[in-house]
Design a protein around this ligand. Structure first.
Ligand SMILES: CC(C)(COP(=O)(O)OP(=O)(O)OC[C@H]1O[C@@H](n2cnc3c(N)ncnc32)[C@H](O)[C@@H]1OP(=O)(O)O)[C@@H](O)C(=O)NCCC(=O)NCCS
Length: 180
């Protein structure tokens, strides 16, 4: 799957070194709820046990074929309906603020609604995460509410979540509005 600047493809074990270089940063995983990677071996385990077992994609910059982050859909832990999936994304720090999280998420949304037939996509951010909030608003998600003490992060810190979702109809309306 691709857009103007990005290519999305499944992860393979050969991506472990590149993943490690991005995911060892203190500021990336902690804001998405996962612990920074401490070795290439850890990155390999994440690829094998998490990325390769779900709808997760490596985000590749077309201009130099480098991995810059990951995006994908997972079962939503806050909803029992299997036709709803939860969007997640992160971008390596060196690549922030170039529109990549928005561009990559839009590829996944198009696939979710136009090919996979999902009914609704949810997305959440920790209450303090202004960057993710901005991405979510730019994507056109609809605010659903604020959930207190919603998540316990790997380090034991309890955080509030802000909840959003987009139905297939919301997505189609957004597409129509863009065409006008
Ligand atoms: C949040 C994150 C994914 C944003 O990625 P990105 O590629 O920099 O986002 P984009 O460039 O697509 O930005 C989309 C909008 O958000 C804004 N934005 C991005 N980071 C921001 C920040 N830290 N504070 C405020 N606004 C921010 C951009 O300016 C842009 O708005 P604009 O077009 O009106 O200028 C990235 O900072 C990241 O990976 N953070 C760590 C992991 C994380 O938080 N994941 C999300 C978990 S819910």
């Amino acid at each position: 799957m691709e857009s103007e600047r990005l290519l999305l493809r499944p992860f393979s074990l050969d991506d472990a070194e590149a993943l490690y270089q991005l995911a060892k940063d203190e500021e990336v995983g902690i804001n998405a709820g996962w612990e920074k990677h401490t070795s290439v071996e850890m990155s390999k385990e994440v690829i094998e046990n998490i990325f390769m077992k779900s709808e997760q994609y490596a985000i590749i910059l077309k201009e130099d074929s480098k991995i810059i982050g990951a995006v994908g859909l997972v079962p939503d832990p806050k909803r029992e309906n299997p036709d709803v999936k939860m969007l997640g994304y992160w971008i390596g720090k060196a690549y922030w603020r170039n529109g990549y999280a928005t561009e990559a998420s839009n590829i996944v949304l198009e696939d979710a609604f136009e090919n996979k037939g999902y009914e609704r996509i949810s997305v959440y951010h920790y209450a303090y995460n202004e960057g993710s909030k901005a991405v979510i608003e730019k994507l056109g998600f609809v605010y659903e509410g604020y959930q207190h003490q919603s998540s316990k992060r790997y380090d034991g810190v309890v955080l509030d979540d802000v909840l959003y979702s987009m139905s297939k109809e919301d997505y189609q309306k957004r597409k129509e509005a863009e065409r006008k």
